[in-house]
Ligand binder design. Structure first.
Ligand code: NAP
Ligand code: 8YV
Length: 326
């Protein structure tokens, strides 16, 4: 396909999207904007012309079916649990994501969240800013410490490994749970999440969302961490039973939690907001201008490569065998 032919290819961009990505899509293709990824907003012209989607949020089977010419969904993010990828594979639609370019940023955020949770740094800063230091003296000593902790990583993939590398430098012991042992990795492997939770006092979840991890972190897993236990979630909110987490924090079944992700974003359960032993972030794991630009570039590079070379750069495993139509 020539550059001029490519400029006629219609790419649907639902909802708000990264500005740099939109600029590049506008330059390379013919972009089509709709308010949200809702099949009822698809016009007859879109049905006839849209061959790609640049996706920031969920893409349903119904939206795919409303677009008979759809060939590729380029997801802005490494996690693609909000895209109905099985339906895409059945329909021969390629799905791509943005691995690697965000790994170090998300690992940095995970470490920040872990320290904030354990050493109460956001509360200490609030103490300074609201005049409590002047009025009441020093901020109370933190009940918890990172020293001597045993860390369990649920999801020892790209980001899990980057978190582990950082924790190595902190001198902490590390173990992990995946469905499969990672070849050549010396950290203790636990074939079950329960086994991991029993062996550690600090659980960091960086597992993907989806059916296989839905509410995997439940009351039983949390109580296995023990009363000194800390839970940090930088993966997906759906992996946690949030009611059980709120109950565990309230009863002292675990000591504290740090959360960057929630089951129904941007809604955060009131019990987690009110809990004094939570440190909460609004899903900012990868949210620096630097990293979001790199994600935007990879998202758009996938579209460009698909239409110019007929090959995706970073296909998700479920659609890795999807071939471009002749
Ligand atoms: P990855 O390299 O694919 O790692 C995922 C790991 O999870 C793999 O090691 C996988 O091992 C394990 N896993 C998957 N399903 C599992 C299951 N059912 N039970 C146990 N382990 C399971 O992905 P990544 O690049 O590290 O990203 C991980 C996730 O982080 C993303 O999917 C996304 O949800 C989240 N994320 C969040 C942010 C944020 O802003 N907070 C940013 C980026 C990514 P096995 O296949 O052997 O089980
Ligand atoms: C983004 C993420 O915030 O990559 C992921 O899986 O969760 C984050 O980097 C999100 O994908 C933006 O849509």
């Amino acid at each position: 396909m020539t550059k001029t032919e490519q400029q006629a290819v219609a790419i649907l961009v639902p909802g708000q999207f990264n500005d740099h990505a939109v600029g590049r899509i506008d330059g390379a293709f013919s972009s089509v904007r709709i308010e949200r990824a809702d099949p009822s907003l698809v016009t007859d012209e879109m049905r006839l012309t849209v061959r790609g989607i640049a996706a920031f949020g969920g893409i349903s089977a119904a939206l795919m079916d409303a677009l008979p010419k759809l060939e590729i969904i380029a997801n802005f993010g490494v996690g693609y649990d909000s895209v109905d990828v099985r339906h895409a594979a059945r329909r021969g639609i390629m799905v791509t994501n943005t691995p690697d370019v965000l790994t170090e940023e998300v690992a940095d955020t995970a470490l920040g969240l872990l320290i904030n949770t354990i050493r109460e740094l956001p509360r200490a800063e609030a103490w300074l800013r609201d005049g409590s230091w002047l009025r009441n003296g020093n901020y109370p000593l933190s009940r918890l410490t990172l020293r001597g902790r045993h860390i369990g990583i649920f999801g020892m993939g790209r980001i899990g490994l980057a978190i582990a590398r950082r924790l190595d430098a902190f001198g902490l012991s590390i173990a992990y749970h995946n469905r499969r042992r990672v070849e050549g990795l010396s950290y203790d492997y636990h074939p079950t999440l329960k086994g991991l939770a029993e062996a550690v006092d600090t659980l960091i979840s960086v597992a993907p969302g989806g059916a296989s991890t839905e509410k995997a972190v439940n009351a039983e897993i949390l109580s296995a961490l023990g009363p000194n236990g800390v839970f940090v979630n930088i993966g997906r909110g759906s992996t946690v039973d949030e009611s059980a987490l709120a109950a565990a924090l309230a009863s002292g079944s675990i000591a504290a939690a740090g959360l960057d992700v929630f089951a129904d974003e941007p809604n955060v359960p009131a019990a987690l907001l009110a809990a004094p032993n939570t440190s909460l972030l609004p899903h900012v794991g990868s949210a620096s201008q630097h990293t979001r630009r790199a994600m935007a570039d990879l998202c758009v590079d996938n579209l460009v490569s698909w239409f110019s070379q007929r090959k995706a750069l970073t296909p998700v495993p479920e659609t890795a065998n999807v071939k471009a139509r002749p």
